[in-house]
Design a protein around this ligand. Structure first.
Ligand code: HEC
Ligand code: HEC
Length: 265
């Protein structure tokens, strides 16, 4: 084998390596890609199945076996994953018994369970998805943007939630809850899904950036409550009342003082 010099062998290695690499890539592709795809499919359909099972046990008595609704609860077709996330995470759902307005309570489900039920409800019809942090995180907004958030809040929300976000009563024993301590994600979800009497504020009306501005404004209220003094944070009404009491009280004292001076004369 004298004619096969080491130099020739060396040259033959390169194309061989290339063929081997191509073969390996091809093999990896056929193994990895369809595998990934099928596992992703299986993942979501298992999640939807899990959600369907959880829903049947916990929710179907009011919302129907296929989420179509009943006399006890509305149809959930098209309310979206965000609505399920909001309702379950704030403890409003599952409702224990029919009431005027589902109260907030301790959430009894794990993250996985909520995601599964949300995926199931989302599979019934398209609706708002659970937002990513970038959609609601108010980090990095300027002072002007926060002030604009206040403007948006006063225009769109204060009629029900009060200008300081401290909530208010609505007709028929219903109420708009105080917004202090509500998480940014739940604020986003409330806007996009419109629970109860609250209107839906869609992306076309109020962009995600607008929502972030309002969240930043609400957080700024929590940092420095309006009025400086603790007047209950109820805004102009109670502050006006306070001024009224102090003002009238002062006038009374003044009148008494004048009267006593007059009496001494
Ligand atoms: C006892 C009956 C009852 C049970 C059980 C119940 N719900 Fe509800 N659900 C209601 C009623 C009534 C409403 C509407 C009134 C309200 O929001 O206060 C509602 C509203 C909702 C909404 C808001 C719909 C919308 O228009 O955005 C969602 C989402 C929801 N329920 C999901 C669930 C899920 C998920 C479960 C199970 C974990 C569940 N519910 C269990 C009665 C029920
Ligand atoms: C027509 C009255 C009305 C208007 C306007 C309104 N809301 Fe609401 N909002 C409600 C009611 C009623 C609820 C309670 C829903 C429930 O309990 O199911 C609510 C609930 C909420 C919640 C959930 C609070 C919680 O404790 O989980 C948030 C957040 C919220 N609203 C923010 C806003 C913002 C921000 C705006 C303005 C863009 C707004 N709302 C405009 C009536 C209103």
């Amino acid at each position: 084998m004298k004619f096969l010099s080491s130099r020739r062998r060396h040259r033959a290695v390169r194309p061989l390596l290339l063929v081997a690499a191509l073969f390996l890539t091809g093999a990896l592709y056929t193994v990895a890609v369809p595998d990934e795809r099928s596992s992703a499919d299986a993942g979501t359909s298992t999640q939807v199945e899990e959600g369907r099972a959880l829903f049947a046990v916990n929710c179907s008595s009011c919302h129907g076996l296929n989420g179509e609704g009943s006399s006890e609860g509305p149809s959930l077709v098209g309310v979206g994953a965000a609505s399920v996330d909001f309702q379950v995470e704030t403890g409003r759902m599952p409702l224990a018994a029919p009431v005027e307005q589902a109260p907030q309570k301790e959430n009894i489900f794990s993250r996985e369970d909520i995601d599964a039920m949300a995926a199931y409800v989302a599979s019934l019809g398209p609706g708002p998805e659970i937002p990513t942090e970038a959609q609601y995180d108010p980090e990095g907004l300027t002072a002007e943007q926060i002030a604009e958030g206040g403007e948006l809040f006063r225009t769109n929300c204060s009629a029900c939630h009060n200008f300081a976000g401290s909530g208010g009563a609505l007709p028929n024993g219903k109420y708009a809850p105080p917004l202090e301590g509500v998480t940014p994600k739940h604020i986003w979800e409330a806007l996009r899904t419109g629970p109860q009497q609250m209107p839906v504020f869609s992306e076309e009306v109020i962009t995600d950036e607008n929502v972030r501005m309002m969240i930043a404004y609400l957080q700024s209220l929590e940092e420095e409550p309006t009025g400086g003094l603790t007047l209950g944070g109820l805004g102009p009404v109670s502050e006006g009342l306070w001024a009224w009491i102090v003002g009238i009280g002062g006038l009374c004292l003044f009148a008494v003082w004048i009267a006593s001076k007059g009496a001494r004369k």
